[in-house]
Design a protein around this ligand. Structure first.
Ligand code: GLN
Length: 485
């Protein structure tokens, strides 16, 4: 039986559109029908834009007929609900923004629209992207389509689940400490966190500004490469945006297994050596991938990232400090939820925030405010900034010796929904292999790499030097070819 157009990869959808075998409206309808049939259980979307999507699809069909269309014309894409979409509700999965309709598009959304992409809706996530399981959403948890009853990971859990359940061709996520790569790993999809500055953050609800980065999630390296080529590039409205040319990521993804011959790939001792944390099936699968890359001609060497043990503590000081400052703007006055009853201005602030923010967001605002307060700043925030420099130098030293690093994405496969909600520290450990990458600002790619004994997906992480996204796509494409034989 025909499985339906919505189940094709982005690349396959583009090919069929290019050949005129299908129309964008037909593809969009198939996708919307799939969402309407299954999303009541998956809960990947917070907002669906049926009308807007069909209008964009019709416009894409017209552009294709004229022979003048963008690189993603007619392809259904989902956008994490922390990225602003003009005229389309953007909630950050928070009660405080539950009715917020942005007056402008984020830079990445502008670029998607210019390329002709069809934005089908806004995906569920942890509130303000704070979490590793998507259970911190004010709009309910998301089911992992690849492992029923288990969390899809977070914070971009809705984007990952939408891709895994064939409810879009690709999706945008954001990654502050692992939120693209970890949910990709847990749902058996591909996620790419670009170099800090590669993609504009203009119009992205800020969590921790020095760590946040938007990136693509999809079914294959080529698919995420295609989206990255569209959204990457300099934007004067983001002062941290890099003025460097965008690479040929799709071409890189097609170089095949031969392209890794002669590459030096590093395996960090601190990641693979730790006996305690890694699930045996994850370790085995990652070693299997490393062996396959070695057989294809890559040289595998052990490297050391000696400050790895400080990464989580460093991250949770810096990220909470920045969050406490960024989230000060939600005061019930300018936009977002305002309390019904308050005696004076101070009470408007206190009640609006008290009613609007969820427990994890409040915890982080308190931690961050404490870490920045007079008398504690030197002991916590300043110390964390110094540790961050040491972590970045670990990577500089490693990349002086190797072309890329190969690690697991997550120490375990998907955990059960509800299993870690009462234990924030346990939840924070889910990002032990992804967080250093954000602290250093380097790019990372997570790819499916087998399953555990229960059939839950395992993720392989590739980390590269600053702006080496092309190289990551080359290795990612090579690994997929090796894996799929
Ligand atoms: N899980 C991490 C956190 O809770 C990372 C989140 C993210 O990357 N947005 O902060």
């Amino acid at each position: 039986m025909d499985k339906g157009l919505h189940t094709l990869t982005l690349e396959q959808q583009l090919t069929q559109l290019d050949e005129g075998a299908i129309r964008a409206v037909e593809l969009t309808e198939a996708t919307l029908e799939a969402i309407e049939a299954t999303d009541a259980t998956v809960n990947a979307y917070i907002t669906l834009d049926r009308e807007g999507a069909l209008a964009q699809a019709a416009a894409a069909d017209e552009a294709r007929e004229r022979g003048d269309h963008g690189a993603l014309a007619g392809v259904p894409i989902a956008v994490k609900d922390i990225i602003l979409t003009r005229g389309l509700k953007t909630t950050a999965a928070s009660r405080i923004l539950a009715d917020f309709v942005p007056p402008f598009d984020a830079a990445v959304v502008e670029r998607l629209r210019d390329a002709g992409a069809v934005i089908v809706g806004k995906t569920n996530c942890d509130e303000f992207a704070m979490g590793s399981s998507n259970e911190n959403s004010a709009f309910g948890p998301v089911q992992n389509p690849a492992a029923p009853g288990r969390a899809p990971g977070g914070s971009s859990g809705g984007s990952a689940a939408a891709v895994a359940a064939d409810l879009c061709a690709a999706a945008l996520g954001t990654d502050t400490g692992g939120s693209i790569r970890q949910p990709a790993a847990l749902t058996g999809t591909v996620g790419l966190k670009p170099t800090y500055g590669r993609v504009s953050r203009f119009g992205v609800v800020a969590f921790a500004s020095s760590l946040d980065q938007v990136g693509p999630m999809g079914k294959t390296t080529w698919d995420v490469a295609r989206v990255l080529e569209t959204i990457a590039g300099h934007d004067p409205r983001d002062s941290t945006s890099a003025a460097r040319p965008v690479g040929g990521y799709c071409a890189a993804a097609r170089r095949g297994p031969e392209a890794v011959a002669g590459m030096r790939l590093g395996v960090p001792r601190e990641y693979m050596g730790s006996e305690g944390g890694i699930q045996p099936a994850v370790k085995e699968a990652v070693h299997g991938a490393i062996d396959a890359l070695r057989d294809a001609g890559a040289e595998i060497v052990e490297v050391s990232l000696p400050h790895t043990e400080y990464a989580i503590a460093t991250y949770y000081l810096i990220a909470t400090a920045e969050a406490s400052s960024n989230l000060a703007r939600y005061d019930g006055m300018r936009y977002g939820h305002r309390t019904e009853e308050a005696a004076d201005l101070a009470e408007v602030y206190a009640r609006s925030r008290g009613e609007g923010f969820g427990a994890e967001v409040k915890r982080r605002i308190m931690l961050g405010t404490y870490a920045l307060s007079a008398g504690y700043y030197d002991a916590y925030y300043l110390k964390a900034q110094k540790a961050r420099t040491l972590i970045r130098r670990d990577f500089e030293a490693a990349f002086a010796d190797v072309d890329a690093l190969v690690t697991p994405t997550s120490p375990t496969t998907a955990f059960r929904l509800g299993e870690r909600v009462d234990d924030p520290l346990q939840m924070y450990l889910a990002d032990v292999f992804t967080i250093s990458c954000n602290l250093a600002g380097i790019p990372g790619l997570s790819l499916p790499c087998g399953q555990d004994e229960d059939g839950a997906p395992i993720g392989l992480q590739l980390l590269g030097p600053w702006f080496a996204e092309e190289r990551l796509c080359t290795i990612g494409g090579a690994w997929e070819a090796l894996r799929d034989g």
